[in-house]
Structure formats: C-alpha cells, structure tokens
Design a protein around this ligand. Structure first.
Ligand code: HEM
Length: 219
C-alpha cells in the first residue's frame, strides 16, 4: 500500500475544475448564499455524496473488521473451515481494475449513474451483508452536512503550486507519510447560525475528509 506513484495513492494533482469548485456550484444552485445546507438539502446534492464516496473509497481504513466463519464454505476456490478468521481487504477491492475504471485516479464523477454498483459488493467502506454498518446513513448525512458547511464557509486552495503528497504510510488507519499542512481563510460569506459550536465540532471531525477531497491543507 505504500507507493510514491502519481495517483491517488501518492502525489495528486487537483482536477480542473476541482471537485471543490464543482461542489460549490451545486451548493450555490440548490442552497444559495443565505444559509447553511441542511439535511433535506442533501438529496439535491448528488455530487457531494460522490465526493464522500470517493473519499471513503480512497482513504478509509484498508481492512474491514475481522469475522469468524461459522460453517464450512468454499470461497473463490478456497476451502474455509469453521472458526476461521476472515478479514476483507477493502483497499484491494476498491482498486480492482476489472471493476473500477481508472482505479488509480481520484474522480468523484465515477459514481455518476453507478448507483447500482455502489449498492453492490464493489463499494464496501461500510462493510456488506448481515454486519453492514447500521449507521452508514447517519455517517453519510453527518459527513455531507459537515463537508457542505466547509465548502460554503471557506475558500479552499492549495498553499503552493506543489502537488499534495498523499503517499500512504503503514498502519491500520492509512496515515500519510507526510502530515498534511496548510491554512484556512474565510470566504467572507457570513451566515448566521445558532449551532456554531456543533459546526465547529463537525468541522474538526471531518477535517480529514475535506482535506482529502479538496486537496486542502491545514496548519
Ligand atoms: C464514516 C463513518 C463510518 C464507517 C466508514 C463505518 C464502517 C463500518 C464498518 C466497515 C463496519 C463493519 C462491517 C463488517 O462487519 O463487515 C461497521 C460496523 C458497525 N458500525 Fe460503522 N462506520 C461508520 C460510522 C458509524 C457510526 C456513526 C455508528 C454509530 C453511531 C456506527 C456503528 C456501527 C456498529 C454498531 C457496527 C457493528 C455492526 C455489526 O457488527 O452488526 N458506525 N462500521
């Protein structure tokens, strides 16, 4: 998993226009400038969900939680006896070139019209089947609202012309070899909001998601 190639596993260039810019257009069109995005808006923001999908696809922990087989099974030609520990390699499935076109690049657009595939076993950031994450819907909504808020409230840009180094290090949570750094500048859009503390908490918890999909860096 450790590579320095020019791809989403290593150095990444911002697509033109950037995912962030596209999302800002979507937000401007469906939410406007006078308020922050709210939960009912999320259904009108498909590109936002595609950014989240792509981020989960690229950067979530590479392995799903271990499971133990209860019966004898044959999987992919391998005999699996009962009480065998099974660990699904989501990282590898998400980069399988026979399933995913251009798996090395970061493109939220890949989910356009692919909703059925996203439902299938090829996209498994939340696991699949009986033990599927029961709060995937909640997580998606929280990430969506946090990310929408971040894009509405801030201008996002790289701190230099230098490409962002997203080279993966080793470890269960896929840390970066080089810490992501940068600064945040207010977009000048002032939105009155009674939930500032909540938004700050959401922003903190979603800094990773936003920094990945917008190629933004934080100090
Ligand atoms: C981006 C956020 C999240 C991701 C990527 C995620 C991913 C996962 C994964 C991969 C599993 C294991 C699936 C399997 O066993 O194959 C899981 C299970 C679980 N998740 Fe999440 N999850 C997220 C957020 C949450 C949240 C917010 C909650 C609760 C509020 C939650 C509650 C659970 C529970 C209770 C299980 C165990 C389900 C079971 O074993 O039957 N998850 N999650």
């Amino acid at each position: 998993m450790h590579t320095t190639s020019v791809c989403r596993m290593g150095y990444v260039t911002s697509p033109q226009p950037s995912s962030c810019a596209k999302e800002r257009v979507e937000l401007d069109r469906h939410v406007g400038h006078g308020r922050l995005a709210e939960e009912p808006d999320l259904v009108k923001l498909p590109y936002l969900q595609r950014i989240i999908n792509e981020t989960l696809w690229c950067f979530r922990a590479p392995l799903l939680v271990p499971h133990e087989s209860s019966n004898y099974r044959t999987i992919g030609g391998y005999d699996v006896p009962p009480s065998t520990m099974l660990i699904v390699n989501a990282w590898s499935i998400h980069r399988y070139p026979k399933v995913w076109e251009d798996p090395e690049s970061s493109r939220p657009e890949r989910y356009e019209g692919l909703e059925r595939e996203v439902e299938a076993y090829n996209f498994i950031p939340f696991g699949r089947g009986r033990r599927f994450c029961p709060r995937a819907g909640l997580a998606n909504r929280v990430m969506g609202l946090a990310l929408a808020t971040l894009i509405q409230c801030f201008e996002w840009e790289r701190i230099s012309e230098k490409e962002v180094d997203l080279t993966e290090g080793t470890g269960l949570t896929m840390p970066k070899v080089k810490a992501i750094r940068g600064y945040v500048q207010s977009s000048g859009v002032h939105v009155k909001c009674p939930f500032k503390a909540l938004i700050i908490a959401l922003i903190s918890s979603c800094i990773f998601v936003a920094s990945q999909c917008c190629s933004l860096h934080f100090l």
